[in-house]
Design a protein around this ligand. Structure first.
Ligand code: LLP
Length: 423
């Protein structure tokens, strides 16, 4: 469900024509629907309403502070993976006691920042990190609240780059050694064990891997309690997939039912870290067709949005449905929708059947709300796109388009080049 629908011949986001935003804000431009964001958050969160839980939205999927503030207003916490994300979360007013912090490479500065903020818990990914966090907590005279991120060695059946719960992945502590790691944690003076964490991958389209992982975690929790380690929180990570093309991922309700069946009597507060399922279908990337070009083998549609704006097709071969902003009566042709970047890997769609658009036309690249803007870059010295949040019949710019001055603002010259320039 999302609020990007045609009214007559024209694509709307809620009650605002996408064309109007594209004309006023320019393209490429990310457009998010507030109603869709809220709906998806509520559907996910309410699926667990009968059990103690905390929905910690995964900031990496879409980190705009307006988006974070919106979820905060709905009672959500956040899952972060860097000091920068913690900074954003605090700017957005997310209470520290609703912040969980994962990631395999936390630096001393990041650990210190999170200790100072007194976040709910660190999800620790190695025993080296455990020792480091204990040292930093000792230095500050505080206790670090932690869970160990356990790697359950389950294949999530998703793209290899976003599979995280198998032994060959860099994430978490292998489940076979987890008990020992908890004993190590228990012996550390400035560590307070709160829970168990796991995240097995992203864009999962079936419940079985989640349930299989959970079975293993349950056994571990049983063993931990037997040796006197109290486990109050069970963090199950994120990963629920969405429809980009022909997938049929479980609805949050089915996901919740499958999980809760496994967790009768677990006596833990559950934490979830959903990202994509909340924001993915709540956003589009609007682009403009600059040129079309027919070659002997291809029809190219060249747009002003490229892999620096939305890298998912280039990086993972991901599918994003693309539709014209004004309904088109033209015949369907097979086209490559490409960007202006100087790489053949710069495409938004390949061999896609769609009405051949003409120069000046706007296209909507659908399902771009998750890992769209957050993965964008300045490659080819392209300013990053603006972000717009639609609310009913109005919209607001929640991030302006970067300027060429922004591109060079952090750069500086060594003195010898300064002199040379002055001469
Ligand atoms: N928790 C942790 C520890 C994670 O690493 C992730 C995602 C999530 C939660 C949220 O997962 P979600 O619910 O969004 O699936 N750039 C890729 C996706 C990378 C996911 C990384 N971790 C893409 O565009 O598909």
């Amino acid at each position: 469900m999302h609020h990007f629908q045609y009214r007559g011949d024209e694509l709307y986001c809620e009650d605002v024509p996408v064309r109007r935003i594209a004309e006023e804000a320019g393209t490429p431009c990310y457009i998010y629907s507030k109603a869709t964001l809220c709906h998806h958050f509520r559907v996910f969160d309410s699926a667990f309403k009968d059990v103690p839980h905390l929905t910690c939205y995964s900031v990496k999927a879409n980190s705009n502070i307006a988006v974070l503030k919106l979820f905060n207003s709905l009672g959500g916490g956040v899952d972060i993976v860097s000091g920068g994300e913690l900074f954003r979360a605090r700017k957005a007013g997310i209470p520290a006691e609703k912040i969980v912090y994962s990631g395999v490479g936390k630096t001393v500065d990041e650990i210190d920042f999170a200790l100072n903020e007194n976040i709910l818990m660190f999800n620790i990914e190695s025993t080296d990190e455990l020792e480091q966090i204990n040292r930093r907590a000792t230095a500050k005279g505080v206790k670090a609240k932690i869970a160990l991120r356990v790697n359950p060695d389950i294949d999530p059946n998703t793209h290899p780059y976003i599979s995280t719960g198998m032994n060959k992945n860099k994430f978490g502590i292998a489940i076979d050694t987890a008990l020992k790691a908890y004993e190590q944690a228990r012996a550390l003076s400035n560590i307070e064990i709160l829970g168990v964490d796991c995240h097995i991958g992203s864009q999962l389209t079936e419940v079985t891997p989640f349930v299989d992982a959970l079975k293993r975690l349950r056994t571990l929790i049983g063993k931990l309690r037997k040796i006197g380690v109290a486990i109050r929180f069970l963090d199950l990570g994120g990963g629920l997939g969405i429809v980009y093309d022909q997938e049929s991922p479980p609805q949050p309700r089915e996901y919740a039912d499958a999980i809760l069946r496994e967790l009768v009597d677990i006596d833990c507060t559950l934490i979830f870290e959903p990202g994509r399922v909340i924001v993915g279908n709540a956003g589009i990337l609007a682009v403009k067709v600059l040129y079309t070009k027919r070659t002997q083998t291809k029809n190219f549609v060249i747009t002003d949005g490229g892999m620096n704006d939305l890298v998912r097709p280039s990086l993972y071969g991901s599918y994003h449905y693309i539709q014209t902003v004004m309904k088109s009566q033209r015949n369907t042709e097979i086209v490559d929708v490409v960007g202006p970047i100087c790489e053949s890997g710069d495409f938004l769609a390949r061999d896609r059947g769609m009405p051949l658009p003409t120069a000046g036309e706007y296209l909507a690249v659908m399902s771009a709300g998750a890992y769209g803007f957050t993965m964008s870059s300045n490659y080819n010295s392209r300013p990053r796109a603006p972000e717009v949040l639609v609310n009913g019949s109005e919209y607001h710019l929640i991030r302006r388009r970067e300027t060429w001055e922004d591109l060079v603002a952090p750069e500086s010259l060594p003195p010898y080049l300064n002199e040379a320039c002055a001469r």
